[in-house]
Design a protein around this ligand. Structure first.
Ligand code: F6R
Length: 615
C-alpha cells in the first residue's frame, strides 16, 4: 500500500526523504509528497500526482534546507489520485502535517464533527481528519506524542501514521494502530529514520525497531522513545537486520522482477541452509521447533492461509503436509476465512504464508486462529513483521527484500520452507518414511543447481514471448502439484502484462473453459514428468483438436509432445516434491518477457501494491 518515510537528524532531510520514497515507490505510485520545516521553522509541503519523478522535478532547486521531515507515496483508497488527495495532509492552520497508510473506518463521523464546527477539508481522504485531530489536541495543550495518543483513541481502523508539527521542529511522532500498515524505526548516530518498510531504511541503518500495534514512537535526532497506548514507556532493544543493502538495488538487471527471478538459485540455498542436513539426513527447523513432538502427534488437521501468490504456495504446502505428515490439510483464501465460522481448535495447526507479513486479510485470519487457541506457524519473508509476532513459530524464508510488485523468488522460498516444515512435522509425528526423507533431502540439495539450469531457458522464453505477446487470452493448465503452478503462472501474466489469463485444474477444463478454446486462446500446459503427465497429454490433444495453440512444459528428455504442442519447453528434470518450483521459473520468465514486449511497467504494474494492508 502507501509508502511512508520520515527523518530527523543533522543532514539535509529532503534528499534523504526523496531517496527513501524511491525505494518505497513499489508500494504505491499514484502520487507522492513531502513535508519539512524551512529555516524559519515553517512547514514546507509539496505534492504531485503520478510517479515520484513528477514530485522530484517540481521541487528541484526550491527544496528548503531542513533537518526533519516526512514523505509519502500513495496508493489510493479514499479519494481518487489527485494532488489534493496526495499526502502529507495538513490541518487548516498549517501547524501539523501527517502521512498515513491504512484506513480510518470512522473518518466520516470525525469529519462531520469538524465540519459542524465550521472546519474545512482540502481533500477527500480519510487521512486529513488525523491532522485535524492532532491539531485539536495540541490546541488543548497536549504535547505532540500525547496529541497522537488522543488521536489514536478517537479513531477506528488499522493504519500507521507519522506526524510533524511546527510546535517542535525536528521531532516526529509515529504510531501503528491495529494490524495493518507496519512501521519500522531505523536508529542512526545523531539521526533517526522511520519507514513503512525495511527496504527504505537499509542504506542508512541496520539497527531497527518494528512498532507493535498501539505503540507510539517519539523520534528526535538524539534517540527514540517508545510508549504503549497508555503512555507507559516500552523498553525494546533494536534488532540488527541481516539484510545486505546491496540486495535492494537492481544491479545489472533492467527490472527488479528479472533480478529477483535470477536470484532464485541463491534464495533456494539460503532458505535450505542449516535446515536440510545430510549427515544423518534430516530436516531441522533452525528457527527452533515451535511444535513439540507430543503436540505434533496430537494434531488432527492443518489449515493453511494466505493471499495471492502466497496462497498458491500454501496450496503446494497442503500436498506436502498430507504427503509427509499424514495430516488432513486444507487451504483457505485468508480473506474468506472469517466469513465461514471455520471450525478451529487447539488440535488444528494453522500455517500462514506471507511475503510481507503485513497483509491484512492474512493477519485477520491469524488472529481468528489465535482466538480459537490454534497452534500457529508462519512462513514469512519479513523478520519482525506482524505475522511473525502473532504466530507461535516462524519459518523465515530468507529470500531478502523483494522489490518488484509481482512476487517471484518469495514463492520459491515459501514452497521450500513449507516442504521443510512438512518433513519436519512428518518426523515428529512418526509418519515420515526415513527413505522418503532421505530422497527428498538429496533432491533438495540439487535444487539450486537445477533452478540455475531452468534460468538458461530465458532466451527460449523470450522467443516464445515474442510469438505470443499479442494474444489477449491465456489458459494455464496443471494437475496435482502443478495446479497451483498453473494458477501462479496465470497470475504473473495478468499482473505484469495485463493479459487476461486463467489458471485451471486441467481436469476441470472440460467442465466449461473448453468452450473458449479457438485459435485466439493460448493454452499453457504443465506436463512435466510426474504421475499425471499422460492425463495432461490428453488435455493438450483436446485443445489441439479445437485449433488452440499450446505451449507445453515437459521434462527434459521427454519428446512425447513433439509435433503435438506448438511449443515444447524442456524443463530440467527434477525428482522430488519440490519439482513445482522448477516449473515456476519458465512461467515467470514468460510473463516477464511478454510484459517487456508489450512495454508494460513491469516492476510497478498499474493498480497493484506490494503490501495490501486494506481489506
Ligand atoms: C502476486 C503478489 C500478491 C501477493 C499477495 C500476498 O505477485 O505479490 O498476490 O502474493 O498480495 O502478499 P503477502 O505474501 O505479502 O501476504
Amino acid at each position: 500500500m502507501c509508502g511512508i518515510i520520515g527523518y530527523s537528524g543533522e543532514r539535509p532531510a529532503g534528499p534523504i526523504l526523496l531517496e527513501g520514497l524511491g525505494r518505497l515507490e513499489y508500494r504505491g505510485y499514484d502520487s507522492a509528497g513531502i513535508a519539512l520545516f524551512d529555516e524559519q521553522h515553517r512547514l514546507y509541503c509539496a505534492r504531485a500526482t503520478g510517479k515520484l519523478e513528477q514530485l522530484t522535478s517540481r521541487i528541484e532547486g526550491v527544496l528548503p534546507p531542513a533537518v526533519a521531515g516526512i514523505g509519502h507515496t500513495r496508493w489510493a483508497t479514499h479519494g481518487r489520485p489527485s494532488e489534493a488527495n496526495a499526502h502529507p495532509h495538513l490541518d487548516p492552520t498549517g501547524r501539523v502535517a501527517v502521512v498515513h497508510n491504512g484506513i480510518i473506518e470512522n473518518f466520516a463521523a470525525l469529519r462531520e464533527r469538524f465540519t459542524a464546527r465550521g472546519a474545512s477539508f482540502a481533500s477527500e481522504t480519510d487521512t486529513e481528519v488525523l491532522a485535524h485531530l492532532v491539531a485539536e489536541a495540541l490546541d488543548e495543550g497536549a504535547d505532540l506524542a500525547e496529541a497522537l495518543r488522543v488521536t489514536l483513541a478517537e479513531t477506528e481502523g488499522a493504519y500507521s501514521v507519522v506526524v510533524i508539527a511546527t510546535d517542535d521542529p525536528g521531532r516526529l511522532v509515529a504510531a501503528r494502530a491495529g494490524n495493518a500498515g507496519g512501521l519500522v524505526i531505523g536508529h542512526g548516530e545523531g539521526e533517526q529514520f522511520v519507514a513503512s518498510d525495511l527496504a527504505a531504511l537499509l542504506p542508512y541503518s541496520r539497527r531497527v525497531t518494528f512498532l507493535n500495534p498501539g505503540e507510539i514512537a517519539d523520534i528526535r535526532r538524539e534517540g527514540v522513545t517508545l510508549t504503549d497506548a497508555d503512555g507507559a514507556v516500552v523498553e525494546r532493544a533494536p534488532q540488527l537486520q541481516p539484510y545486505d543493502p546491496v540486495a535492494a538495488v537492481k544491479g545489472r538487471y533492467r527490472h527488479f522482477m528479472l533480478k529477483e527471478i535470477h536470484e532464485q538459485p541463491d534464495v533456494a540455498l539460503d532458505t535450505m541452509r542449516g535446515r536440510y542436513l545430510q549427515d544423518p539426513p534430516r530436516v531441522e527447523l533452525d528457527d527452533g521447533s515451535p511444535i513439540a513432538a507430543a503436540q505434533a502427534r496430537e494434531l488432527q488437521r492443518a489449515v493453511l492461509v494466505g493471499m495471492g501468490t502466497s496462497q498458491y504456495a500454501a496450496m503446494i504446502g497442503r500436498h506436502y503436509i498430507e504427503r509427509f505428515a499424514r495430516l488432513p490439510a486444507e487451504v483457505d483464501n485468508a480473506s474468506e476465512f472469517g466469513y465461514r465460522r471455520p471450525v478451529l481448535d487447539p488440535r488444528t495447526l494453522v500455517v500462514s504464508v506471507a511475503q510481507s507479513g503485513e497483509t491484512v486479510d492474512t493477519l485477520l485470519a491469524m488472529e481468528e486462529a489465535r482466538r480459537e487457541g490454534c497452534p500457529q506457524l508462519t512462513v514469512c519473508n519479513t523478520p519482525g513483521s506482524q505475522a511473525t509476532r502473532i504466530a507461535d513459530g516462524v519459518i523465515h524464508t530468507r529470500a531478502g527484500p523483494e522489490i518488484a510488485v509481482a512476487s517471484t523468488k518469495t514463492m520459491t522460498a515459501s514452497v521450500i520452507a513449507l516442504h521443510a516444515m512438512a518433513l519436519h512435522l512428518g518426523r515428529l509425528r512418526g509418519s515420515l518414511d526415513p527413505e522418503v526423507e532421505c530422497a527428498e533431502i538429496e533432491a533438495a540439495m540439487r535444487l539450486p543447481a537445477v533452478l540455475g539450469e531452468a534460468l538458461l531457458l530465458e532466451e527460449r522464453m523470450a522467443a516464445v514471448a515474442r510469438r505470443y505477446a499479442q494474444f489477449e487470452d491465456f489458459l494455464f493448465l496443471g494437475r496435482g502439484l502443478s495446479y497451483p503452478v498453473a494458477l501462479e503462472g496465470a497470475l504473473k501474466l495478468k499482473e505484469v502484462s495485463y493479459i487476461h489469463a486463467e489458471g485451471y485444474a486441467a481436469g476441470e477444463m472440460k467442465h466449461g473453459p473448453i468452450a473458449l478454446i479457438d485459435e485466439r486462446l493460448a493454452t499453457l500446459a504443465i506436463a512435466t514428468r510426474d504421475e499425471v503427465r499422460d492425463k495432461m497429454r490428453s488435455n493438450i490433444e483436446q485443445v489441439k483438436a479445437r485449433r488452440g495453440p499450446v505451449i507445453a512444459l515437459v521434462s527434459e528428455g521427454d519428446d512425447s509432445l513433439d509435433g503435438i504442442a506448438d511449443e515444447v519447453i524442456a524443463v530440467p528434470a527434477f525428482e522430488g516434491a519440490l519439482a513445482p518450483v522448477v516449473a515456476l521459473v519458465p512461467l515467470q520468465l514468460l510473463a516477464y518477457h511478454i510484459a517487456l514486449e508489450r512495454g508494460a511497467d513491469i516492476d510497478q504494474p498499474r493498480n497493484l501494491a506490494k503490501t495490501v494492508t486494506v481489506e
